[in-house]
Structure formats: structure tokens, C-alpha cells
Design a binder for this molecule. Sequence first.
Ligand code: URA
Length: 234
Amino acid sequence: MRLDKFLANMGKGSRKEIRIFVKAGIVTIDGKPAKSFDQQIDPEKNIVKFQGELVQYKPFVYLMMNKPAGVLSATEDSHGKRTAVDLVGEEYSMYDLSPAGRLDLDTEGFLLLTNDGDYIHNVISPKKKCNKKYYARVSGKADADAAQKFENGLVLRDGTECQPAKLEFLSDSEIYVTIHEGKFHQVKKMSKAVGLEVEYLKRLSIGGVALDETLGPGEYRELTAEEKETIVHE
Ligand code: URA
């Protein structure tokens, strides 16, 4: 990676400023003044210091985003639509972020973005049983035994088998659904199978970690180390 990109991404100034800092000799690499702003460094091996202070490189980042409706969670095939990754600022541009499980275009709430592929696998793999809890506003009339059907594991009209899930009623038109799989439109389809049409959907939590209520639509922050561990243990 180029030295100026690395330092800019680590918040040490604009690329232009960094050229000046390098010229002034305040950037050192492995104890020696950096030769030029565009020299290549390996952030995992080289010791880069800025004004004598170590510039700490994090290989992985884990972001909790409050995804707004109208934003795609996919990183590709966006056909000009805004994606969740587009909402993430310059400071994370060096990280190749992907969502750990998708949300539909009209679904809001907790979207986890990271460049850690193993972590994504653990969050989305049904084997890991990482629960995702949703709030939904619904219309229609639920089957009397809807919650039991969820608990038993529903079979959708197209034959898709869903693993046991949890359905809780807040009122006739508001439910919580907890699943640990991520099949396409799963909450909407499972709800439909018991007579409920989802009109609004929001993901509230992943692996027992709730979406930070202080995050407005489109806002994000890094997960704490504890949150990251709670969601899935390595
Ligand atoms: N289930 C759905 O139907 N949609 C989502 O966005 C997530 C889960």
C-alpha cells in the first residue's frame, strides 16, 4: 500500500498534507525517515511512526450500521442504486467491506459490515445459530398456531424448509421474529405462510447485540470488542 494512502486512511491528514509531512521528515518507517510519500509499505510488517508515535494498523474492521430503506446491502450489481458500503466514509476506504447477511432494499436496521470473511461466514452460517431478531408491522390474520408453526420449522409454499424460529406478538399488527438463517425474504415468506403480510421490517439485533439506538438511518460505528465476541465466538 502507498504510504500516503495508508496515512490518510489512518486520519493523519490529506494526501497533500502528507506529502509535506514526509518531506519534513516526521514520518519514519522502521526507524528511518520515509523516502517519499508514494513509497510502498506493508502495514502489517513495517513500523510506521508519525511524529514519533506508532500508527496502529487494524487488519479488520467491524461496523454496525443502521441501514435505511432504499439502500442496497449488496456491494455489486447495484445498477446505480446506493449501497450500504457507499454510505461508509473515506476513513474506511482501504477496507474491502461486505455485509454479513443482506437486508432487502425496503428493510431497515442492523447491518454488519466487515472485511473479515471468516467472521461473515460465522454470522450467516445456519450451523452457528447466530440469531437475528426483527420487528415487523404486519396486516392480515395470523393462524391460531402461528407461533407453534414457527417453532416447529415451517415449510414454505415452494417447499423450502426453514429451521425452527420464534414468533412473538406485540399486538395484532406488530410482531418480533427471530431466525438464525438468512434465506431470501425469509421473514416475509415465513410470515406470509401463517397469514401475515409484512408491511415494514427492521432488524433489531444480531447474535444478541442490539442495534445502537443512537445511530440514525445511514449512520454507523465500529463494534466494540465485546460486541464482536458476543455476536459470534471465534
Ligand atoms: N427477511 C426478509 O424477508 N427480509 C429481510 O430483509 C431480512 C429478513
